[in-house]
Write a protein that binds this ligand. Structure first.
Ligand SMILES: *Cc1c(COP(=O)(O)O)cnc(C)c1O
Length: 420
């Protein structure tokens, strides 16, 4: 199936006289005939359903759809994108381990990696995407367990050289984790370029309608967990009667370990109703992405020609730093544009406060046009140094182009710029 078809049909195929639409299974638990039946699922929770803290049929239909779209062997939904980032790392790192992350990533992820994981004894080593291979290789330590980056970074809007970082990670026997939130599997399938694990904040384009927060982790099934760096995958798990993930589940070892250990223990699983809503967003993802790209390209070209704009970052524009990488990795440059307004912080805030159609909100990748000022909002907890490392200037605006008629969006921008 092609993406448009997967969006509508993957993950759920009704049998004779069953509901056309994925049913909402609003139940915390599942009934068994005997204690022996329940004991069997405790030994191997993949056999059937036990409890909706870590598996539910509505959520699982969506997991299967997203895995199909990304080209992975399995997926696990989480209650937020933050939970997906957290579990993707905790499934690989324990206290005393480290991992490497590109510095241009989402502000919430910077906090998680630099502050909260540090308190748990896990070190994040940040690297610059423009560092030489030699410098990056030097950043690895014997305890380094993963490399992390974003396909299109939020809010820097730079494009990750996925193949390059996959090769570097693999040379050290560790997986590459890619946050594919801004590209979505419609515009980029990181697994095709060597990524081992893909994560998303589904709160953004996948849901698309700003109705529920969520996340997902997708397993490519390609990484060899028996290479000596990941004993947790190939030694007996005492919390499952000595089960060995690589032996029991082969290619699905990572995603089932995440579900069986981490989701069981942390319980950050979405509700069935949230998954139902996410599924409705996913049904139109392919056609929505196409229009986001078209509208954003028109807006980007308009901004490029304005003398009130100091610089603009949109990988769809020829000459953009991400243009060449975008041609290789992206089927479209997505809907988010970042630009720096002349006059710094004050001018940026004036511009934003003068917009009428575009909403000033802490969101992005919505069906409606929205706008955000990273320096005073999402990234306000970062030091000036961290801001620069994250590719953010004080006058920078993150503009998320929606699906309104593009002429209305341009008229709104014109009003905003005139007010400066
Ligand atoms: C929003 C976002 C997250 C965090 O997701 P939530 O659903 O808000 O928890 C992670 N990564 C990226 C790229 C994001 O844009």
């Amino acid at each position: 199936m092609k993406d448009e078809t997967k969006c509508l049909h993957a993950g759920y195929t009704p049998k004779n006289a069953e509901p056309r639409v994925v049913p909402i299974v609003q139940s915390t638990t599942y009934v068994y005939d005997s204690t022996a039946d329940v004991a069997a699922v405790f030994d191997d929770p993949t056999l059937s359903l036990i409890y909706s803290r870590f598996a539910n049929p509505t959520v699982m239909a969506v997991e299967e759809k997203i895995a199909a779209l990304e080209g992975g062997v399995g997926a696990m939904c989480t209650s937020s994108g933050q939970a997906a980032s957290l579990l993707s790392i905790l499934n690989l790192c324990s206290a005393g381990d480290s991992f490497i992350s590109l510095s241009e990533i989402y502000g919430g992820t910077v906090n998680l990696f630099a502050v909260t994981l540090k308190k748990l004894g896990i070190e994040c080593i940040f690297i610059d995407k423009n560092a030489s291979d030699e410098e990056i290789h030097k950043a690895f330590k014997p305890n380094t367990k993963a490399v992390f980056g974003e396909t299109i970074a939020n809010p820097a809007i730079t494009v990750l050289d996925i193949e390059r970082f996959a090769n570097i990670a693999h040379a050290h026997g560790v997986p590459l984790i890619v946050d594919n939130t801004f590209a979505t599997p419609v515009l980029c399938k990181p697994i095709d370029f060597g990524a081992d694990i893909v994560i998303h904040s589904t709160s953004k384009y996948l849901d698309g309608h700003a109705v529920q927060v969520g996340g997902v982790i997708v397993d490519s099934g390609n990484f060899d967990w028996t290479n000596g760096n990941f004993p947790d995958f190939c030694e007996p798990d005492e919390s499952y009667h000595g089960l060995i993930y690589t032996e029991a589940y082969g290619k699905m070892a990572y995603i089932l370990k995440a579900r069986m250990q981490l989701m069981r223990d942390f319980g950050v699983y979405p509700a069935a109703h949230s998954a139902f809503l996410l599924n409705m967003g996913l049904e139109t993802l392919a056609i929505r992405m196409q229009r986001y790209c078209e509208n954003a390209m028109v807006v980007a070209k308009y901004l490029q020609n304005s003398d009130k704009i100091e610089s603009i970052t949109y990988p769809g524009l020829e000459g953009d730093a991400g243009y060449e990488l975008g041609k290789k990795y992206l089927k479209g440059a997505s809907g988010v544009i970042s630009f720096v307004i002349r006059g710094g912080r004050e001018a940026a805030m004036k511009f934003m406060d003068s917009l009428e159609l575009a909403s000033n909100e802490v969101h992005v990748a919505d069906i409606r046009t929205c706008v955000l000022h990273p320096a005073s909002e999402t990234h306000r907890q970062l030091t000036d140094e961290q801001l620069v490392a994250a590719g953010i200037k004080a006058g920078m605006v993150r503009f998320s182009v929606g699906l309104e008629n593009v002429e209305d969006i341009l008229a709104d921008i014109e009003k905003g710029l005139a007010a400066i």
